[in-house]
Design a protein around this ligand. Structure first.
Ligand code: NG6
Ligand code: CA
Length: 508
């Protein structure tokens, strides 16, 4: 007998076909930036790590393009994030160093940003995960009211963020303009100058801690989730995060955002808390890497990436989604907590072959893993050594989405779309790196401007690369920056020093 009504099974097939049609009609690709925290050049299987496997992240490299000479603007978090989102060198603006948890928003409201350009191009945009670019203005934030300006004022349609780093108070999520799960009868107060409230602190109540702060590095203030932090906070008990749940919480939000926007172009800036300190991953990963909590956090990071990729697959979005994976600065092992990561590191080299690490003007400070996957558009399984900077994502993605930048917007950002998609291996004309001082790399030469910072950061055990004399390294023959060739090649020193000065003096 012929059926006159469509069976539910058929209906779902029709719905799927319709959805596929809507999706293929969607011209512009979805864009996801997965931004890891403190992940080093040597911290992934596809960048040579042995001992821990990172299959989900490695698959991005297998199915996409792997960069071996891509740089953040800076060797710490806040300035690199500023660079990627604004397309400007952070050192052009005061106050772009590592931000305390109560800092005001450092992104100027009057200028264009990467997310705002994509918003103009019709994208739904989201910042999910670590923010660390300040919130509010005038140096004061009332965490119990509407918190602004923040991500939603600089181009993000939706935000779900950890305000600063995981080691800084307040340890709460902020969704759009509000602290999540805040009980109005238990208001939050935050102070970075003096103790407030009666919460236990790492200094006074070490017996309450699950990991000890390094006595040389602070981090002994208010205890949240059995971990003492930088800064004091009181109240907000119902809003406090659990460190072991952060990766899962933000991944869930990311997948929800992707699902909600599956029929229209979206941009997701997904900034993980991993593998920054304090490292306290979920029990699924704790003790699983054989390399201590830092290794366990790498496993968690890989899981996170797997979940995002899987969500795209199951929604049929893989083909039309450009994924960029990178890190905000180089690696550090002990960054404030005695969490066993140093003892358990074994022979793993977080910076790979490079010298230095986080905070360093040597290469490991800013040369980070960087991968691009876009099926059908970026050839799979290739590696490129093109000199690349994250500051160029703004102009490049604006180009991709048909946006022209207003005068002054993204002023340091070059359109490097062809390099990003592997269509050219041409180098950026130069790359500037920032730590305590600045360096400039052009072709095979890297010049580090003289500066009087310390040569070594003892507490974190990282060579910072600062010297009162000029340094010049040949990055082709001496990638480990062992042989200072400044005296041998004064003409190159002169040329690069002049170029750096010229760029610094540009009015932007
Ligand atoms: C440093 C902290 C370090 C970490 C870093 C920011 C001390 C001694 N060290 O000042 O623990 O929080 O700032 O890291 O306080 S970043 O990746 O967000 O830049
Ligand atoms: Ca960082």
């Amino acid at each position: 007998m012929t059926s006159y009504f469509i069976r539910p099974k058929k209906l779902s097939v029709i719905a799927a076909l319709l959805l596929a049609q809507i999706i293929s009609a969607q011209q512009k690709p979805n864009i996801i930036i997965i931004y890891a925290d403190d992940l080093g050049y040597g911290d992934l299987g596809c960048y040579g790590m042995r001992g821990i496997t990172t299959p989900n992240i490695d698959r991005l490299a297998q199915q996409g393009l792997k960069f071996t000479n891509a740089h953040t603007t800076s060797a710490t978090c806040t300035p690199s994030r500023y660079g990627i989102l604004t397309g400007r060198y952070p050192w052009r603006q005061k106050g772009t160093g590592v931000a305390p948890g109560d800092a005001s928003l450092i992104i100027p409201l009057e200028r264009g940003t990467l997310p705002a350009a994509l918003q103009n191009a019709g994208y739904r945009t989201a910042a999910i995960g670590k923010w660390h670019l300040g919130l509010g203005n005038n140096g004061t934030i009332d965490w119990n009211r509407e918190i602004k300006p923040g991500p939603n004022e600089v181009g993000f349609t939706y935000s779900f963020i950890m305000p600063a780093t995981l080691d800084r108070v307040p340890c709460v999520y902020v969704e759009n303009h509000h602290v999540v799960n805040l009980d109005p009868n238990d208001p939050i107060e935050v102070n970075y100058k003096q103790k407030i409230g009666s919460e236990p602190t790492g200094k006074e109540n070490p017996e309450k801690l699950r990991m000890k702060p390094d006595p040389n590095q602070g981090h002994a203030q208010t205890i949240v989730d059995s971990i003492s932090r930088i800064g004091w906070m009181s109240g907000g008990h119902s809003a406090l995060w659990k460190d072991a749940d952060i990766a899962g919480d933000i991944t869930k939000k990311a997948i929800t955002f992707i699902g909600k926007n599956r029929t229209q172009p979206f941009f997701l800036y997904f900034a993980t808390g991993d593998i920054h300190v304090p490292r306290y991953p979920h029990s699924m990963f704790r003790g699983k890497s054989g390399m201590g909590l830092r290794g366990d956090a790498i496993l968690q990071l890989d899981w996170t990436v797997g979940k995002i990729v899987h969500a795209l697959d199951s929604l049929g979005l893989t083909k039309n989604t450009l994924i960029i994976f990178s890190s905000d600065n180089g690696p550090v092992v002990n960054d404030g907590y005695l969490d066993g990561s140093v003892e358990n590191l074994g022979d793993h080299k977080p910076a790979g072959v490079l010298r230095g690490g986080k905070y360093s003007i040597f290469e490991a400070g800013t040369r980070v893993p960087f991968m691009v996957k876009w099926p059908g558009q970026v050839k799979a399984g290739k590696t490129t050594n093109t000199l690349f900077s994250q500051v160029d994502l703004y102009a490049s993605l604006a180009k991709l989405t048909g946006q022209s930048l207003k005068e002054g917007d993204g002023a340091d950002s070059f359109d490097r779309l062809n390099a990003l998609l592997g269509k050219t291996a041409e180098d950026r004309p130069f790359v500037i790196e920032e730590a305590r001082g600045l360096s400039i790399t052009k072709g095979e030469w890297k010049y580090i401007a003289p500066n009087n910072g310390a040569a070594l950061a003892k507490d974190v055990n990282i060579e910072l690369g600062n010297l009162p004399q000029p340094q010049l390294y040949n990055m082709k023959n001496d990638i480990q920056e062992q042989h200072n060739a400044a005296e041998k090649h004064p003409e190159i020193v002169k040329e690069l020093a002049a170029l750096l000065e010229r760029i610094k003096e540009e009015k932007k």
